[in-house]
Ligand binder design. Structure first.
Ligand code: SF4
Length: 163
């Protein structure tokens, strides 16, 4: 199943996207996963609505700012912005199907950055294209071949792929 996390991973590694889509758990003791978890729990504690889960969606927080509904996605750095943007577009599109119009905001507390993400015609097309590509990957009977890249050393599947 395509989810926000699968789309995020797809921008980094096809194999990772396949593994996540097939519910193969990454190593939860990976220090980079732990740091990410800590930033998620310790940042923006004052926001009342945190973590909403729907099928394929795990929204970090949702809040109103004036008349606007904001869907926030907390990231530990701006390193994977392309994937974070795609993930948020997916969430915006899914909640739009439930009649909620919202804007997305990538929140990077360590860098004191906030980046808006808007679901418009162009970004919706981009999302559709990415979903089509991801579907082609996740229907494969086996994970795509591993490829050593700069991401592997920080990936929760490093042991799975390389030991
Ligand atoms: S360790 Fe490397 S090849 Fe394996 S899933 Fe992670 S990024 Fe992909």
């Amino acid at each position: 199943m395509v989810t926000g996390s699968v789309l995020l991973s797809y921008t980094v590694c096809d194999r990772e996207a396949w593994l996540i889509a097939h519910n193969i758990e990454p190593n939860q003791n990976n220090p980079f996963i732990e740091i990410g978890r800590l930033i998620h729990t310790e940042s923006y504690k004052n926001h009342q609505i945190r973590e909403i889960s729907l099928p394929g969606i795990k929204i970090d927080m949702i809040y109103e700012q004036g008349q606007v509904v904001v869907v926030g996605e907390i990231k530990k750095s701006s390193k994977f912005l392309k994937g974070a943007r795609l993930q948020l577009l997916y969430y915006l599109s899914e909640i739009k199907k439930r009649n909620v119009d919202a804007v997305g905001r990538i929140l990077i507390p360590k860098e004191k950055k906030q980046i808006n993400v808007i679901l418009d015609e162009q970004s919706a097309n981009e999302l559709r294209e990415a979903i089509k590509n991801v579907e082609k990957i996740i229907v494969l009977p086996k994970p795509p071949q591993r490829k050593r890249t700069g991401f592997c050393s920080k990936c929760g599947y490093e042991e799975f792929c390389w030991s």
